[in-house]
Design a binder for this molecule. Structure first.
Ligand code: PLP
Length: 408
């Protein structure tokens, strides 16, 4: 039985897309870990921007430019407040988590040398692996992997054993996109700092469920994508401690990021502009702030409690299907169920579910090392959000049963 203080049917009214049909069926949207849906509040903010004050920011004296600048900087402050950063200039607008990680990986090029080590968890999204591999190729540093167990939990004793005075950087996700595991990031950060290493936490999958307090965590870098927290695609943030952001070189050169340019030499702007070359996604930044406003108006405690009920219900019902195996059974996890049924290819199950209007993700979820670990080509991933219903999980379960009957 699902009890919630949230009025889910009322919340669903805020999401126009949830009313649409797919293949003649009611849409059941369970691909929230890839991209969350957008509430009317955020859509209205986007329409308002383009209808009323679309202009380039920071360099115009005219009214529209100033209005757009004010709203953009207000959004930065909203995001600062949400993640409890010490200063708004520690929030760098990016195109998303991938861009944010690349800023840091690029910035560390002159800080690493042969013999240095960087540690990565075994359950990362490719965007938290590949930029660091490129960094290692540039610098000669070595990447070591923090292993996990079959439940999808990091082996923390092994992590502590890997740390040494050679370790310069540790990068790990707060929540795994493929398994749903919530990682013990406080312990990861403290232990890394004890050996003098910096830590980047990829918060892309945590932000929809958990409010990270970057000061309490004492994390050096934290990354977020707006499109997973009711905001638009193509925008996100890099949080960085001021001292680190001052030390890192700019990632891209161009307009906005300079103090002065001559043909002989350029000096760079201060934070945050040093990392924000070119015209940014102005409307996107403003809408990201609106997405957070919307989620905060519902309340993260209520969101997490309700999503856990959905997770428990889905896990119980799916496990009643003979031959279904769930990957990612950590004690501490978010509302993600990754599974396979016997030897049936996940893509085939996903295709049948789509015919029934159920949107799930199939494949390696940009986390091929996890699939290699479990020796599988991929999984079917259903990921839930606060606007999903228990009845929709019943539709998913019936669909998986039907797919199994057709494909076995
Ligand atoms: N990290 C994790 C854990 C993710 O789940 C994702 C996207 O799914 C990313 C990074 C990349 O985010 P983006 O594509 O928004 O840059």
């Amino acid at each position: 039985m699902i009890h919630t203080v949230l009025d889910i049917l009322k919340i669903r009214e805020d999401f126009p897309i949830l009313k649409r049909k797919v293949n003649g069926q009611n849409l059941v949207y369970f691909d929230n870990a890839a991209t969350s849906q957008t509430p009317k509040h955020v859509i209205d903010v986007i329409v308002d921007y383009y209808s009323n004050y679309n202009a380039n920011i920071h360099r115009g004296v005219h009214a529209l430019s100033q209005e757009a600048t004010d709203k953009y900087e207000e959004a930065r402050i909203k995001i600062q407040t949400h993640f409890n950063a010490a200063a708004s200039h520690e929030i760098i607008f990016t195109s998303g988590t991938t861009h944010a990680i690349n800023i840091v990986a690029n910035g560390f090029t002159s800080f690493l040398k042969k013999g240095d080590e960087v540690l990565v968890s075994a359950m990362e999204h490719h965007s938290n692996i590949v930029p660091w591999q490129m960094l290692c190729e540039r610098t000669g540093a070595t990447m070591k992997v923090i292993p996990m167990n079959l439940d999808g939990e990091l082996l923390m004793d092994k992590y502590h054993a890997l740390l040494s005075n050679k370790t310069k950087l540790v990068f790990c996700n707060h929540v795994s996109n493929a398994l749903g595991t919530i990682n013990p990031i406080q312990e990861i950060i403290e232990a890394a700092h004890a050996v003098g290493a910096a830590v980047l936490i990829d918060g892309a999958q945590a932000a929809p469920h958990i409010i990270a307090d970057v000061q309490a965590l004492d994390v050096d870098f934290y990354t977020v994508s707006a499109h997973k927290i009711c905001g638009p695609t193509g925008v996100g943030i890099l949080y960085g401690k001021e001292a680190w952001l001052n030390k890192l070189p700019p990632y891209q050169g161009g307009g906005e990021m300079i103090a002065e340019v001559t043909f002989e030499k350029t000096t760079y702007a201060g934070l945050p502009h040093k990392f924000e070359a070119g015209t940014p996604n102005i409307c996107g930044g403003i809408a990201m702030g609106a997405g957070l406003d919307y989620m905060n108006s519902i309340g993260f405690d209520a969101i997490t409690t309700y999503e856990h009920e959905l997770l428990a219900y889905a896990t119980e019902k799916l496990l009643e299907i003979e031959g279904l195996k769930i990957y990612g059974t950590a004690k501490n996890k978010t509302a993600v169920v990754s599974f396979n049924v016997g030897q049936i290819h996940p893509y085939d199950i996903g295709s049948i579910l789509d015919k029934l209007g159920v949107a799930v993700r199939t494949g390696h979820h940009c986390a091929q090392p996890i699939m290699d670990f479990f020796k599988i080509p991929g999984t079917v991933r259903a990921s839930f959000s606060f606007y999903n219903l228990k009845e929709e999980i019943d539709v998913l379960v019936a669909g998986v049963k039907r797919a199994k009957a057709m494909l076995s």
